[in-house]
Design a protein around this ligand. Structure first.
Ligand code: PGA
Length: 237
């Protein structure tokens, strides 16, 4: 099965740095067994899209508005993501949730993405305080259920559910793979079956990628820090 590596560049690169990394990746020999998705910041999507044109590297947004059009200053429309050739969009990242994004907004974004034929990379995951208090499973289940509310079973299959424990995002350390697998089974139970491919995120680097992406629980990784340089991303792939 093809592994999916989703590079979340957050707001870490300038437009010219993003173009530079995308160019390096475009001219690198990438293994066919992995599919790479680059998610640049909104201001860099146009430029990176031009670099990737005609290459097997896919493009994704980091967030989207729940609305397609309207008076929403600063928001990014699914229509524009599509126009730039994006196939994916990250939804509900903990960076956005920390700024106040609610479960209801995440749900609306998932539906808008699906309606626009963008694959939502739906991030769910507990904070350290949740884990310490023994409510990690409850938090993850609650986020998942709300994010997929009124999403049909057929549409759910197009959602890339991404387990990303917030405390494991760098500079935090990664969770033990066995713990991540345990949560993958919780997610499947909540979804009502194991057919859904899952993604893991949180301090994925070359050294630990194989232990998370075992091909049974997780089909891919959402990668932040290790995706900012072409060399470390190619090594990870
Ligand atoms: P990280 O970030 O790989 O640097 O931990 C992942 C993410 O926040 O999506």
């Amino acid at each position: 099965m093809q592994r999916l590596i989703i590079a979340n560049w957050k707001m870490q690169l300038t437009v010219s740095q993003a173009v530079h990394v995308a160019l390096m990746l475009r001219h690198s020999r990438l293994p066919r067994r992995s599919r790479l998705v680059l998610c640049p910041s909104a201001t860099a999507i146009g430029a990176v899209s031009r670099v990737l044109h005609g290459s097997p590297i896919a493009l994704g947004g980091q967030d989207l508005s729940p609305s397609l059009k309207g008076p929403y200053t600063g928001d990014v429309s699914a229509r524009d993501l599509k126009a730039y050739g994006c196939q994916y969009v990250i939804v509900g990242h903990s960076d956005r949730r920390a700024l106040g994004e609610t479960d209801a907004q995440v749900n609306a974004k998932v539906k808008t993405a699906l309606g626009a034929r963008l694959t939502p990379v739906l991030c769910i995951g507990e904070r350290w305080a949740d884990r310490k208090a023994g409510r990690a499973v409850r938090v993850v289940q609650q986020q998942l259920r709300s994010a997929l509310e009124r999403v049909s079973p057929a549409q759910r299959r197009n959602v890339l559910v991404t387990y990303e424990p917030v405390w494991a995002i760098s500079p935090g350390g990664p969770i033990a793979p066995a713990e991540a697998f345990r949560m993958a089974r919780v997610i499947w139970r909540t979804l009502g079956g194991r057919s859904q491919p899952l993604i893991y995120g949180g301090s994925v680097v070359q050294r630990n990628a194989a232990s998370f992406l075992d091909g049974v629980h997780f089909r891919g990784g959402l990668v932040g820090q290790a995706s900012l340089r072409a060399r470390s991303l190619v090594a990870l792939l």
